[in-house]
Design a protein around this ligand. Structure first.
Ligand SMILES: Cc1ncc(COP(=O)(O)O)c(C=O)c1O
Length: 342
């Protein structure tokens, strides 16, 4: 738990964490320069570190994962090209349609299966033939973890091979790639390094206040840098922020195992009350699809006990993170017992 005051037990998202004392000190002590002139030593160090961790040649610091994804799409695709993306993927549904709005890139959304994958046959059918009537299918983008689910390794390999054999590049929205890596007991590079590009978010389970990275080949990152400038993402003394990112990569990756264990315990608590329809926790998220339970009353009851939860895709979403400790899980157990009267 952080040393800062906790007004609530907040399970809405892993984005709600506040920087720890150690992270704040690293930020205060950061050596800085003008990053637009490539003169910020801390940002340069974070970019090299992230490239190495993700198994890529180069990486670039961004203010947000939304901008990192968008710059990635624009670096891969030209005007009128298309990218294949999951119908419920963050990069399609929750990023303001940036690829279309700002990149003139047409999305080709395809359904996400319950385990987060996009069916390979559906991808094959969606890749357009080389015909002047069609947009050029340039990119396949996947998300890992997807709603807290790590995508199966063999699926990732097959999807990448399918894309490559059709001349289509691959991008991974790896906002939570570190959760996937920790869950698999593997280095992130073993998962991300096979893609042509990957985004990584520092302000989710990694606990930094701001920041994301896009990693890929040196050539792709050089293109993305030009695009980042166009998008207004060229920032100056970013070392203050990059220091938080370095601290996060050094201190907050392997400890994600604790978040996953707590999510697992949370799922067990909820399963004591079958009507909550609790799903399994594969990383740091638990979803509830209650039956015969008034969701609003349940959420309000929790809220009255300072326990905040969120919703996603018609379900209640509970996310564990740096600011959720064992006592927080116990407080949910007590509240559930009280709510159900048993
Ligand atoms: C899977 C995924 N990708 C990308 C993003 C975008 O991150 P940001 O809020 O830093 O733009 C999010 C944010 O929740 C996300 O969940």
């Amino acid at each position: 738990m952080n040393d800062t005051v906790m007004p609530h037990v907040d399970f809405r998202s892993d984005t709600v964490t506040r920087p720890s004392a150690g992270m704040r000190k690293a930020m205060a002590d950061a050596e800085v320069g003008d990053a637009v002139y490539d003169e910020d030593p801390t940002t340069n160090r974070l970019e090299s570190m992230a490239a190495e961790r993700l198994g890529m040649e180069a990486a670039l610091f961004f203010p947000s994962a939304t901008q990192a994804n968008l710059a990635g799409f624009m670096a891969h695709c030209g005007r009128g090209d298309e990218y294949i993306v999951g119908q419920t993927a963050h990069a399609y549904r929750d990023e303001g349609g940036g690829a279309a709005v700002l990149g003139s890139i047409q999305p080709q959304p395809l359904p996400n299966e319950p385990d987060g994958i996009i069916d390979l046959d559906a991808i094959t059918s969606a890749i357009k033939p080389d015909d002047f009537h069609n947009p050029v299918t340039r990119l396949l983008t996947l998300e890992n973890t997807f709603n807290g689910l790590p995508l199966p390794e063999d699926y990732l390999q097959n999807a990448i091979e399918l894309a490559r054999s059709n001349g289509v590049s691959t991008h991974l929205d790896g906002a939570r790639i570190m959760n996937a890596a920790v869950a698999a007991g593997r280095e992130a590079s073993a998962i991300a390094g096979r893609f042509d590009s990957v985004s990584l978010c520092l302000s989710k389970g990694l606990g930094a206040p701001v920041g994301a990275l896009l990693a890929g080949s040196t050539e792709l990152i050089a293109r993305a840098k030009r695009i980042r400038k166009t998008l207004g993402g060229g920032m100056r003394q970013t070392g203050v922020l990059a220091a938080a990112g370095i601290y996060a990569l050094e201190h907050n990756v392997s400890r994600m195992r604790e978040d996953h264990d707590r999510a697992n315990r949370l799922s067990e608590v909820f399963r004591e009350f079958p009507e909550l329809g609790a799903g399994e926790a594969r990383t740091n998220m638990v979803f509830l699809s209650p039956e015969g339970v008034d969701m609003r009353a349940f959420t309000a009851f929790m809220g009255d006990r300072d326990i905040i939860t969120g919703s996603a895709h018609g379900k209640l979403r509970w996310v564990t993170h740096l600011d959720i400790d064992d006592e927080a899980i116990e407080s949910v157990r007590r509240a559930c017992k009280e709510f159900f009267g048993r």
